[in-house]
Write a protein that binds this ligand. Structure first.
Ligand SMILES: NC(=O)c1ccc[n+]([C@@H]2O[C@H](COP(=O)([O-])OP(=O)(O)OC[C@H]3O[C@@H](n4cnc5c(N)ncnc54)[C@H](OP(=O)(O)O)[C@@H]3O)[C@@H](O)[C@H]2O)c1
Length: 312
């Protein structure tokens, strides 16, 4: 049987994407097959298609695209115990094998958990990569955020930023953040105080130093950020460049974090969502049939105040 998905035959620009058909291969013992109901767009999707991760992803084509999804389990491999057919779940894909912008997605069972009943499929699809990344950035490592920690989140109203704000607040931290003028109201409504406009080059000059600065946008000057930290504070980065990686190797106050470090905490993330402590902000919902044009527009820089979700 054939299913529709967004796929590509060469690494490259948005024009490489098309709505194609693919056939499922035999389910591996640890895999689950999910009928996708909603999938959320992340910047990772076009980075993978562009070839930024081709060293890991290899050269077998066509390849699917998309990571974060929610849906209903159709089948499970023989070793899967935690999930059953019929379960409503959300989850993500292995970074080497994207393919959530598809009628049916197949992924390892460790990347899938039951959907919080408080959330719709669309809301649940917004959680995996942003929340797992924020979890790894703030709650793991030598300097986890705790009650009364002073935290600055650069890009506090983006997908990762909003998850980071909520996780830090759930831990009792005091959260400051940067965003554009247009997003100030959203940031304040989420409990971010003070809020700085990232376009103001002098922002944060007279504020008390932070325990943790989390740069979700990859735009902070690392030296400046470190100067805004307490002596044992930590700067956390999620946008690796060769320069930043070298900087990180030279400093004990710098951590580079990847989403996959947080995937094993998806059950805890689901619990927080069930307690209404983690919410997703959706800016636009589009039908799956419009996936290619929707991804292309957002890759080009179209903005909404919230996530972009494809509904199936
Ligand atoms: N290492 C990993 O595993 C990992 C995981 C997830 C994401 N990422 C990367 O992290 C980045 C953010 O991801 P996302 O999903 O949160 O993206 P997003 O939803 O597009 O959010 C980006 C945020 O950055 C803000 N921003 C733009 N220019 C800025 C500037 N000069 N200074 C401060 N903030 C600025 C934007 O604020 P306004 O909208 O208010 O302008 C927006 O809120 C992407 O590059 C993504 O690839 C890496």
């Amino acid at each position: 049987m054939k299913f529709k998905r967004v796929q590509f035959n060469h690494y490259g620009s948005a024009s490489e994407m098309y709505m194609g058909e693919y056939e499922l291969s035999q389910l591996k013992p640890d895999e689950v097959q999910v009928r996708v109901k909603a999938a959320a767009i992340n910047p990772l999707d076009w980075k993978q298609r562009r070839g930024d991760m081709k060293l890991f992803m290899g050269r077998q084509f066509p390849k699917g695209i998309g990571s974060d999804f929610a849906g209903v389990v159709e089948a499970v491999g023989k070793d899967v115990r935690n999930i059953r057919p019929g379960d409503e779940v959300f989850g993500t894909m292995d970074v080497k094998k994207p393919g959530a912008f598809a009628e049916v997605a197949v992924t390892a069972s460790r990347y899938v958990v039951r959907k919080p009943s408080l959330l719709s499929f669309a809301e649940a699809a917004c959680l995996p990569i942003p929340a797992a990344t924020a979890w790894a950035a703030l709650l793991l490592g030598k300097k986890p955020v705790m009650e009364n920690s002073r935290v600055l989140i650069n890009g506090c109203t983006g997908a990762v930023g909003l998850m980071a704000v909520q996780l830090a607040i759930a831990k009792g931290a005091k959260v400051a953040g940067t965003c554009s003028e247009a997003s100030m109201q959203t940031a304040r409504a989420m409990g971010v105080h003070p809020t700085f406009n990232y376009a103001d080059e002098q922002y944060g000059k007279h504020v008390k130093p932070f325990d943790v600065i989390f740069d979700t946008a990859g735009t902070m000057n690392v030296g400046r950020a470190v100067s805004m930290l307490k002596p044992k504070g930590m700067f956390v980065d999620i946008n690796p460049t060769p320069r930043r990686i070298i900087r990180g190797l030279l400093s004990r106050r710098y951590r580079m974090v990847f989403a996959n470090m947080g995937f094993k905490y998806l059950p805890e993330i689901a619990d927080l969502a069930n307690q209404n402590l983690l919410r997703s902000a959706i800016g636009l919902q589009a039908d799956f049939s419009k996936a290619v044009s929707t991804i292309t527009e957002f890759e080009k820089g179209q903005r909404t105040p919230g996530r972009v979700v494809l509904n199936f």
